[in-house]
Write a protein that binds this ligand. Structure first.
Ligand code: MOS
Length: 718
């Protein structure tokens, strides 16, 4: 049962509109609707905020501003960034463009939105610091920042080895601001009952949302209940709740009515975190047979003055290739922009756009097959920590991908294969993403009628949690799929690590397997050995002996308390292959086909895993060719805040694409042998596209995304 390509068990609910997402929750009767009002400057203070016209508008019930917002807790640096207090509307200071300055609450969404336009604000501006490129010489080490974990990693004598290397690549790549932009925007409904609040929240991690709301509002966690049964994607932007949720809770308390706040698509861009733009220097020194002697990766990235978040871009190469002399660092430039946050594959996604393009440049400089270059630099053990890899099949991903893709038929020299106006190119890249684990507990019940009930506060942002938990319980308890009920996304249930960091599936399934084994042991303990082998299995034994059913729980520790995570270097791996065509007259870039081959240990569900991987690969195409969050350097505003202007691929951009999973088992990861699939798909995918564009055209664009105006001036003359 585990591994089978079962369709999503909640699929019928979703396609018939019966899966209740946060916006459709009703709670206790019809809620009021809140609409966020955004600051119109990037730095300064509110000089005047006149809400009187808004308050008199039809249907308006109240306006929350800094004048009437309650005192709130301050962020506690010792707490996780997702559960720290998140005070809103605290004062008149404006720290970034579109910072919420008010919440207008009315009977309908339309009334609230209309009245929000009647709030009159005047500002005193202060000169803002908005432009990363203009402030690179202000960069400093984040290790100077309290709470930061990003320290330099220096091994051997990088400078000496790089200077002495016969073949050197020293290039700088830039990666832009990017946004998670899940299908379902940020949303919350708050319903107070006395001094307790139920928050229907669109969140990836229920327990963190509960702690954050409690810490912000000065409540004890037991006063807060979170319900998040269905979530329309998150990709990092819902690891923590933001102003929409805090303001729903505040407004509902003030107005003594349930309040719902739904961000518009445009509002989500500055509201819910972004991937920081970065300038990444990569230096690779190799000997003439392609063996790396020096590996250097030095990203400079945007940070903010109000957050200690540093995307771990410089960490991605640390476990990837062998080289005796190494350096990888982070330097940050705080700007007056919204706080950067996790966006899918934080670190790896932008980092591999640089490293894997540089590896392609090195292969070209060596006149070597880029697949062979990577195989030649496969490390025997972690090159910086000196610990063994758990189970690593990167070379098999590379070889299997090359075989299936037909890599040996690629154009050996760039800009040599033509098909009419089209220049044709092939590219590839490797992928790595570390395995994480967060403390997770779960309960499972077996009822005398043969039903199994799994309970966890784990969420399902569309990834397949309900389905894979069903599969594990079915197999471990011998219960048919349709007799398993998974109840998730409710803070009344045992605390999990939630969905994020590619850890949700392995956390949930490992804890659940342990719970099922504990349940079996409990059942067996009550009977003589001979009786245990009943033909009907565990359900029959429960029916015969446990009129009230049996329950057991299972748990796994956080990775910081699990010796598995220090004994071995644990990661998922992959290899991407892409064919693109570039119109020699217009510079139009078209993906023709793409293949990813992945090693993520045992797979819980071949269908949902493939879906995640393909989604990640498409995101890689998007990072290479489309996504580009533009900041107006005068105002600090994100300019392209919708899907008309913030480009992402559409169906026509994604023709033949496939993801293959190697059938592996990592005994050091967990007892299921499974590792994460959520983020490995995006890792390296964009670099394969970039390398294919180079192979097609002979033009290397190091400033992502690769758009036609960057390519066109350099294309070979037709
Ligand atoms: Mo992911 S960026 O941890 O949702």
């Amino acid at each position: 049962m585990i591994g089978r390509p079962l369709s999503r068990v909640e699929g019928p609910l979703k396609v018939t509109g019966r899966a209740t997402y946060t916006y459709e929750e009703w709670g206790a009767g019809p809620p009021l609707h809140g609409f966020l009002v955004e600051a119109a400057i990037g730095r300064g203070r509110i000089a005047k905020l006149d809400t009187s016209r808004a308050e008199r508008a039809p249907g308006v019930r109240g306006v929350v501003t800094h004048r009437n917002a309650p005192r709130q807790g301050q962020p506690q640096p010792d707490l996780s960034p997702y559960s720290r207090a998140f005070p809103v509307l605290t004062d008149t200071e404006i720290r970034c463009f579109a910072q919420p300055v008010a919440l207008v609450v009315a009977d309908t969404f339309e009334q609230a939105r209309d009245a929000a336009g009647l709030v009159e604000a005047a500002y005193e501006r202060t000169e803002g610091r908005f432009d990363l490129a203009a402030r690179l010489d202000h960069a400093y080490a984040p290790s100077d920042v309290q709470g930061s974990t990003q320290t330099d990693s220096l091994v051997g004598d990088f400078d000496g080895a790089f200077a002495a290397a016969p073949i050197r690549i020293d290039e700088t790549y830039t990666t832009p601001y990017e946004f998670s932009a899940p299908m379902e925007p940020q949303c919350a409904l708050a319903v107070w009952h006395g001094d307790a609040v139920t928050v229907y929240a669109s969140t990836q991690i229920v327990a963190e949302a509960k702690l954050r709301i409690a810490a912000t509002l000065g409540l004890v966690p037991a006063q807060v209940r979170i319900i998040a049964r269905y979530i329309g994607g998150g990709f990092g932007s819902k690891l923590r709740v933001h102003a929409e949720t805090i303001l729903a809770v505040i407004a509902a308390r003030q107005l003594r009515r349930p309040v719902k706040v739904m961000a518009t698509r445009q509002q989500t861009f500055p509201l819910a975190g972004h991937r920081p733009a970065a300038v990444q220097r990569v230096r690779l020194g190799a000997d003439r047979d392609g063996r790396l002697v020096a590996f250097g990766h030095d990203p400079i990235l945007q940070a903010s003055f109000t957050s200690d978040f540093v995307e771990q871009i410089g960490s991605v190469g640390r476990a990837l290739y062998a080289a005796s002399h190494r350096r990888s660092t982070h330097r940050i430039v705080p700007l007056d922009l919204p706080d950067p946050e996790d966006v899918r594959a934080p670190g790896e996604a932008p980092g591999l756009l640089a490293i894997e393009a540089a590896m392609d440049e090195l292969a070209c400089a060596l006149d070597m097959d880029p697949v062979e270059l990577r195989i030649r630099n496969e490390p025997a053990q972690h090159p910086e920590l000196g610990i063994p890899y758990s189970d690593r099949h990167l070379v098999e991903c590379l070889r299997e991908g090359a075989r299936r893709f037909g890599w040996e038929r690629r154009p050996r020299r760039p800009a040599t294969l033509r098909d009419g106006r089209w220049l044709v190119g092939h590219g590839m890249a490797a992928a790595i993403r570390p395995q994480f684990q967060a403390r997770t507990s779960i309960t499972v019940r077996l009822e005398p009628d043969g039903t199994a009930i799994v309970r966890t506060d784990m969420t399902d942002p569309g990834t397949g949690t309900y389905t894979i938990a069903t599969q594990v319980a079915s197999e471990a308890l011998g219960v048919p799929i349709d007799r398993v009920r998974v109840e998730a996304g409710d803070s009344e249930f045992p605390v999990s690590g939630g969905s994020g960091g590619s850890w949700g599936a392995t956390n949930t399934c490992t804890a659940l397997l342990r719970a099922c084994h504990a349940l079996r042991d409990r059942i067996f303990a009550s009977m003589p050995e001979a009786e245990r082998a009943s033909a009907g299995g565990l359900p029959a034994l429960v029916a015969a002996r446990f009129p009230d059913g049996v329950e057991a729980s299972g748990a796994i520790p956080d990775m910081s308390d699990d010796p598995r995570f220090t004994a071995h270097s644990l990661s998922s791996y992959g290899a991407h292959f892409a064919e693109v065509r570039v119109d020699v007259d217009t510079g139009e870039i078209r993906l023709r086909r793409m293949l990813g081959v992945f090693d993520a240990g045992r797979i819980f569900n071949a269908r949902t895993a493939r879906s995640q991987l393909i989604g990640g690969m498409i995101w890689g195409v998007s990072a290479a060719l489309h996504e580009d969050g533009a900041v107006d350097p005068r105002t600090g505003a994100f300019v392209n805040r919708d899907f008309a202007q913030y480009l992402i691929p559409v169906h026509a951009d994604i023709p033949a694409i496939d993801a293959i999973l190697l059938d592996t088992y990592d005994p050091h990861a967990n007892e299921l042998g499974a590792k994460g699939v959520g983020e490995i798909g995006i890792c390296g995918a964009g670099a394969a596209i970039a390398n294919a564009v180079y192979n097609a055209t002979g033009v290397r664009v190091r400033d992502y995304p690769i758009t036609l105006e960057k390519l066109l001036p350099h294309l070979p003359r037709p």
